[in-house]
Design a protein around this ligand. Structure first.
Ligand code: ATP
Ligand code: HSE
Length: 289
């Protein structure tokens, strides 16, 4: 048996730890079957092939939540680069939780998502839900605590560019301040509210106007010194809006011609001596059909 879990764009501009959306590529694939003992093999991008792999962590977490202990033999095709900002650890975590759910016949979405978030905690030190939840539903998701999910079905194309540099989520979270100025918090509320309205109306050009963020990104720019140059290139190529995906370094842009915008972003990275790969991804893709 096999599950496929796609990448996600978390934060989506002003929605730090709250907004996210599933995108069609890249993705992880996890093959699984019951066994006498735990094992995992990994192909593709290198991640630990042992019990610290977040797919194993999340699968075990689900078994524990329902009071079972069934070892699995797992094979992970790791298609989402770790440290990418594309929800790499979230995708593997959700895949592990889903594999165990299929084996044990668990259908409770809340339990599956809780187990997947344990994988996120193991990877980044924080059980943030804004990768695993959109990876599951695909939709644009709005998450409040304790876990409550609002979903906006979306279907749009987005330019996603992944540069050959790493920004570990753990480090990007350490860069955040304990408090933010009230004016910045107010700006983010306004941006987030207007973004949600534009998404509900399906007006992506307008959505692009509200992708700024005043509460997380400014503090992380020291980890992404190329940000201004790359953003300028995207906007000059006709982007309606641009931001960092999750904690970076992947970036994304909305626009009419996302192929051209993706090329312009790659060229801007290359101009700085950083190779990069562009994906033209479909937003709105998740595990749930
Ligand atoms: N199956 C796995 N997939 C990805 N990372 C894993 C996996 N198993 C363990 N890890 C570890 O988790 C860390 C990757 O976590 P990190 O949160 O930085 O990456 P990420 O998930 O790509 O980031 P983001 O959530 O911003 O997309 C690495 O140390 C990696 O070795
Ligand atoms: N919301 C998380 C996403 C990590 O991919 C963060 O920005 O740290």
């Amino acid at each position: 048996m096999k599950v496929r879990v796609h990448a996600t764009i978390a934060n989506f501009g002003p929605g730090f730890d709250v907004f996210g959306v599933g995108i069609g590529e890249p993705y992880d694939e996890l093959s699984f079957r019951e066994s006498d003992e735990w094992s995992i093999r990994v192909e593709g991008f290198p991640v630990p092939a042992d019990e610290t792999n977040v797919a194993v962590v999340a699968a075990r977490a689900l078994a524990r939540l329902v009071g079972e202990d069934v070892p699995l033999e797992l094979k992970l095709r790791k298609g989402i680069r770790p440290g990418s900002g594309l929800g790499s650890s979230g995708a593997s975590s959700l895949a592990g939780a889903l594999a165990m759910a299929r084996v044990l016949g668990v259908e409770d979405e809340g339990l599956i998502l809780r187990a997947a978030m344990e994988g996120e905690r193991a990877a980044s030190g924080s059980a943030h839900p804004d990768n695993v939840v959109p990876a599951y539903y695909g939709d644009f998701t709005i998450i409040s605590t304790p876990l409550h999910v609002d979903r906006i079905p979306v279907d749009f194309r987005v330019a996603v560019v992944l540069p050959e540099v790493e920004v570990p989520t753990r480090e990007a979270r350490r860069a955040l301040p304990g408090k933010v100025p009230i004016g910045d918090a107010v700006s983010n509320v306004a941006l987030a509210a207007s973004l949600v309205k534009a998404l509900i109306e399906g007006d992506m050009e307008r959505a692009g106007m509200f992708l700024d963020d005043r509460i997380a990104l400014p503090y992380r720019l020291k980890l992404m010194p190329w940000y201004g140059t790359v953003r300028r290139a995207a906007m000059e190529a006709g982007a309606w809006g641009f931001s960092v995906s999750g904690s970076g370094p992947a970036v994304f842009a909305l626009g009419e011609d996302v192929v051209q915008i993706g090329k312009a972003i790659v060229e801007a990275f290359e101009g700085l001596g950083i190779s990069a790969k562009a994906y033209v991804a479909r937003a709105g893709v998740g595990v749930v059909p």
